[in-house]
Write a protein that binds this ligand. Sequence first.
Ligand SMILES: [Zn+2]
Length: 65
Amino acid sequence: MAKEEKGFEAKIKAMTTGGCACMTGILEKKASTLKKVICKGCGKVFRTNRDTEYCYDCQKKLKNM
Ligand SMILES: [Zn+2]
């Protein structure tokens, strides 16, 4: 199931690369498989439907680095 969702998401992303943001917004709402993740950066528990191990704050920090 998760694999299918990821493949579907990748397809859409490839199709809409740099495209309309509303499209990806709808997709994210559809695949609202929110899971609890413990941030590897600060240890904060947060929820995300993305394949990440860092909270939004740490992601921002990583991007700025
Ligand atoms: Zn963090």
